[in-house]
Every structure is written in structure tokens, then in C-alpha cells.
Design a protein around this ligand. Structure first.
Ligand SMILES: [Zn+2]
Length: 120
């Protein structure tokens, strides 16, 4: 499967865990060689926040995140994942039920904590 995901560890939200939005590859959109979910991170996060009222000030880009896409030419998935949650990638692989994958690098998936560490 493909789609965006988050890892949220927030005392403010009393939540620690994944937020996955998985859809079948066939339900994705084709971008060049890749099939990708049409769902954006902000959309997934807003849906999550609806279940946690009183936290409208939180923004999706404050949390580590990533996206699973499918390279239909290579026949393998690419997992874009923030550096700080990369050690947990096996849990993403399991949730999206994927077998062969490569880890993609993308500036989109850098949380404020990782961005701060890169500057120093
Ligand atoms: Zn990070």
C-alpha cells in the first residue's frame, strides 16, 4: 500500500504512535514512474486533530512524517521518512504491507527537531 504517515509523540495530545493513511497502489495517482496517494499530510493531520479537540494550534509539520510511494517501473516501493524515525521503519513496512523498498531522501520530510540538528 501507499500513503502518507506520521509518528506523533505528544504529551499535549496524550498520543504516542503512528498515524498511517494507507491506500492500495491501484487507488493512487501516477506521477512519472511513481504511484502516490492523493492524500496530503495536512489533510491526514486535520482529520486526526478532529478527534483531539482543543489543539487547533498544532501544525502537521511539527511532527516527524513520511510517505510511501510505489515505483511502478522498478516494481518496488520508496519510503520517504524523517531521519529521527528511521530506526522505526520496520513498523512502517509492516503497516503498509510492503516487501522490497528503498529509502528516499526528501527535504519535505524533515521535522523541526531534525532541521535544528542540521543547522548546528
Ligand atoms: Zn525529525
Amino acid at each position: 500500500m501507499i500513503g502518507p504517515f506520521f509518528y506523533i509523540d505528544s504529551s499535549e495530545l496524550s498520543y504516542k504512535g503512528w498515524l498511517f493513511d494507507c491506500i492500495d497502489e491501484s487507488a493512487g495517482e501516477q506521477y512519472g514512474d511513481f504511484r502516490t496517494s492523493p492524500k496530503g499530510h495536512s489533510q491526514v493531520f486535520d482529520t486526526f486533530l478532529e478527534k483531539h479537540p482543543g489543539h487547533k494550534d498544532l501544525e502537521y509539520f511539527e511532527f516527524p512524517r513520511g510517505r510511501v510511494v510505489y515505483n511502478s517501473v522498478a516494481g518496488a516501493h520508496t519510503v520517504y521518512i524523517d531521519r529521527c524515525i528511521r530506526t522505526k521503519i520496520a513498523e512502517v513496512v509492516k503497516a503498509f504491507n510492503i516487501r522490497s523498498y528503498v529509502i528516499g531522501e526528501d527535504d519535505h520530510y524533515v521535522c523541526p527537531g531534525c532541521a535544528a540538528r542540521e543547522i548546528i
